[in-house]
Design a protein around this ligand. Sequence first.
Ligand code: ATP
Length: 250
Amino acid sequence: MRVALFGGTFDPVHCGHLAIARAAAERFSLGRVYFVPADIPPHKSKQQLTDFQHRFAMLALATAEDKRFVPSLLDAPTGRPNYSIDTVRRLKSQLKKSDQLFYLIGMDAFKDISTWHQVEQLLAECEFIVASRPGFSLAEIGRVLPDKLRPKHEVVKAMAKQQPSGTISLPGATIHLLSDVEERVSSTQVRRAAKRPVTQLARYVPRMVAEYIKKQRLYANAAPANTTETGKTARVLSFAAGRHKKARSH
Ligand code: ATP
């Protein structure tokens, strides 16, 4: 079976996460996508994060209806930062020999890949699926790879241009580009809009997640949208509403 590990903070999980998981599952015929919330992501401060238990509960609600999607406790609290190399190896040890593991990630996160712990080993452990995200170009892939792996920039640029949804095969890394995701939503925006009515919140998180946020009074102290951001949030809401209607009409 083809399997993907999808790591993140998921604070909270939103429609963008689900969209890239769905797109990857379709394109790569994935039988399972493991959503793995990190208790302590190495790049973020734990103090700023919502309790792991809440983030996991929201993931469980958001993934319940798709049988390919599995909320995972691989990075449950241990008191130590969660490094992806360890998570990948832990998951691999639980899979069958015949399973193939992919690491699913958005381009905004992948652009910092060369700063990750044991990055060369990580890239060698499994193939990567890098999804597009508005504001982050997949054509930058060549520039963001660790120095040791980086082929001549022009070569990668040409490859990325030729095959917007193609595969880049390098000694030591295989990277598939998933260019069909165009979701503008982010967890930051959801946190900022958490005080809005459930009907509005449910435009960019699944309805059950919106209900959970309200019931548990999550993100009550999130930086509120200020005057400038109100316009931005409103644009995101109307964008999300358009997508929502479109999605429901299929
Ligand atoms: P925050 O706003 O708190 O920084 P986020 O929306 O980026 O959060 P994360 O949980 O940090 O969400 O992201 C987990 C993974 O999902 C990362 O690989 C990230 O690149 C990817 N991702 C998140 N949102 C999107 C999106 N809208 N489109 C494509 N990829 C996304």
